[in-house]
Design a binder for this molecule. Structure first.
Ligand code: DGL
Length: 259
């Protein structure tokens, strides 16, 4: 493996681009390959075995493109398939999980809300993390249909606003002061969420922490790029690339690939 090989990232769709943004901000000279498995999105309503199979397919594709590390830019894939991916693969794999621990440190009311996919919230991985904080009231909410709407370009729709209100109002009524966004698609909803919840409620996600962790692992393995100019950024989708194109920088190379 050489230092100038790309960082690979995958998600079910465009959500993972929120993680790509943090990685690119922290390590702009790295080459990156992002794959959005949009043909099979959303992952959140699939069975654990389906999520494992899709995750392994994606990791193997990124390995075949000579990635030096894989960032799983998807909470659903991480919480259901991280051990299978690590067992299958000889390169480091960085996962992402809902930021429960940071939220338990931030909260003053000892009540936090977590919005995530069904696949994440029902995973053993997630439920065992929740059990680690018996003194904190953790109000979980599955974000049914949010990813579908984002993937079909309906972020600013009335349907989205109504759905978010129905998920968030009960959390606010219960007195949360911290809201964890446990799906990488959801940071795109922050402008709408901010119109629904009181501004005192802090909204947190795991993007920055994942980028920092990725840099730390590359540093430890002496795999940070030696390139002194900005890296090249590829974004692949296995379906129509038009939505993905709207979420990536204009100098990103967006292409259809069959993976
Ligand atoms: N963005 C992903 C996550 O963080 C997957 C969402 C989905 O496909 O349901 O969970």
């Amino acid at each position: 493996m050489t230092k100038n090989n790309p960082i690979g990232l995958f998600d079910s769709g465009i959500g993972g681009t929120t993680i790509w943004q943090e990685i690119n901000l922290l390590m702009p000279n790295e080459d990156t390959i992002f794959i959005g498995d949009q043909l099979y999105a959303p992952y959140g309503i699939k069975t654990k075995q389906e999520i494992i199979d899709l995750s392994l397919k994606n990791v193997e594709y990124l390995v075949s493109l000579n990635c030096k590390i894989v960032v799983v830019a998807c909470n659903t894939a991480t919480t259901n398939a991280i051990s299978e991916m690590r067992a299958r693969c000889h390169i480091p794999i960085i996962g992402i999980e809902p930021a429960i621990k940071p939220a338990t440190i931030l909260t003053k009311t000892s009540k936090i809300g977590i919005l995530a996919t069904k696949g994440t919230i029902t995973s053993d991985f997630f439920t065992s993390k929740v059990k680690m904080y018996p003194d904190i009231e953790i109000i979980e909410q599955i974000g049914y249909n949010l990813v579908n709407l984002i993937e079909s370009g309906c972020i600013d729709s009335q349907e989205m606003k109504d759905l978010l209100r129905s998920y968030l109002d009960p959390m606010v009524e219960k007195g949360i002061d911290t809201l964890v966004l446990g799906c990488t698609h959801y940071p795109y909803l922050i402008p709408i969420i901010e119109t629904i919840i009181p501004k005192e409620i802090k909204i947190i996600d795991s993007g920055k922490a994942v980028a920092k962790q990725t840099k730390k692992v590359l540093e430890e393995l002496d795999l940070l790029t030696t390139r002194e100019s900005r890296g090249t950024n590829y974004f692949f989708s296995n379906t129509d690339v038009s939505i993905l194109k709207e979420f990536v920088p204009s100098n990103g190379i967006v292409e259809y690939r069959n993976f």
